[in-house]
Design a protein around this ligand. Structure first.
Ligand code: 5GP
Ligand code: MN
Ligand code: MN
Length: 341
């Protein structure tokens, strides 16, 4: 006698066709007493995703009714389990692809610690962009408050650059301590220890901070840089001409979305005194070499709005007006999500 009893058909790992496969109702009636079927209540999408989790959102059988699908909750992975069209006409497939395939960018700039206003007006999206001057002078408590605010946003990716108001991020300015602006705020910086500003960016734990650097998110190449033409000796100020061009020369070709604090010449750069404040070499770099799809900036509050030169769309996302009152809504744009290998 063999010690090992042969497995019954139902226990064996090798699956064979059930003799009554064409009568599933009868099969179920015969096996149901051994089966368990409990109903599970799915996660309420309104509950925050637990830390270190990936959220899957599942849909199916939408049959080209994409305009009537109820709001699809935010998540990391959307799964569609089939029947996204009715008869699979080309147009249906295209519409479905349009419906699925966009990444929503939400752009802000020049918010000057006005997070109460911001939290009311920032719409959901995939990528949140802040193009500089998120606080007044860059004191650690301002930076931490902004970071906490970022933590409350639902966006999967949050990208922040510094502006001229982020004085503590400008390490040269903080080392030399002789800029007019630094000296005029000297009392605010009294008692600030070197180690509190040396690595101030480490307070920004809830976003990706870019400074003459790039990140790839959701298949888009995004580059950020804080520099702008000298104005009152603020942070990240550089003389017009070669010094700024040296910074723009670092922007890689192939950048899809460029973020700078200051505008290029001619787009969102008309200051209230009637002068064009944009950088000439930044415009040349954008138009002739880098050719990004979008260029997001702020700095000249009164230039808020969107323009295009036919090749690049320019977004001045300044939230505050020229009197530092937060009154403009964030600017949103959608781009078809590139296929990521
Ligand atoms: P912020 O202090 O936030 O960097 O700039 C606030 C305002 O200062 C802008 O909205 C604009 O009116 C003015 N401003 C900043 N930089 C320049 C500049 O380079 N030229 C001119 N004419 N105005 C500027
Ligand atoms: Mn500003
Ligand atoms: Mn500015």
């Amino acid at each position: 006698l063999s010690a090992k009893q042969p497995e019954s058909d139902e226990q064996s790992k090798e699956i064979t066709v059930h003799p009554e496969t064409n009568n599933p109702t009868r099969v179920w009636d015969t096996i149901r007493y051994k089966q368990k079927v409990d109903v599970v209540t799915p996660v309420d999408p309104a509950t925050p995703k637990p830390k270190d989790h990936v959220r899957f959102v599942c849909i199916s059988d939408t049959h080209s009714k994409t305009d009537r699908i109820p709001d699809i909750p935010d998540g990391d992975v959307l799964i569609h389990a089939g029947d996204f069209t009715k008869i699979c006409r080309r147009k249906e497939v295209k519409n479905f692809n349009d419906f699925l395939g966009h990444t929503r960018f939400v752009c802000t700039s020049d918010t000057f610690s006005k997070t109460t206003y911001l939290s009311k007006v920032v719409p959901p999206g995939d990528v949140f962009i802040h193009a500089g001057s998120f606080n007044n002078v860059g004191l650690p408590r301002e930076v931490s408050a902004f970071n906490e605010f970022l933590g409350t946003l639902p966006h999967r990716h949050k990208i922040v650059i510094a502006g001229n108001h982020e004085l503590t991020f400008d390490q040269q300015l903080m080392t030399e301590r002789n800029s007019h602006v630094f000296m005029s705020f000297a009392s605010a910086f009294e008692g600030l220890k070197t180690n509190e500003w040396k690595d101030i960016r480490s307070l920004l734990t809830n976003c990706t901070y870019l400074e003459d650097s790039e990140i790839q998110v959701m298949g888009f190449r995004i580059y950020g840089s804080p520099w702008q033409p000298v104005f009152c000796d603020w942070g990240f100020n550089l003389p017009r001409g070669q010094p700024l061009l040296d910074k723009w020369n670092k922007i890689p070709e192939g950048t899809d979305i460029l973020i700078t604090h200051g505008p290029p010449l001619g787009h969102g750069d008309l200051a209230s005194n009637g002068c064009r404040a944009g950088c000439v070499e930044l415009l040349s770099t954008v138009q002739r070499r880098v050719r990004p799809k979008y260029h997001v900036f702020g700095h000249i509050h009164e230039g808020y709005g969107v323009t295009t030169d036919g090749q690049t769309t320019f977004v001045n996302a300044a939230i505050c007006d020229v009197h530092y009152r937060p009154c403009n809504p964030p600017i949103v744009f959608d781009l078809p999500t590139p296929r990521v290998p």
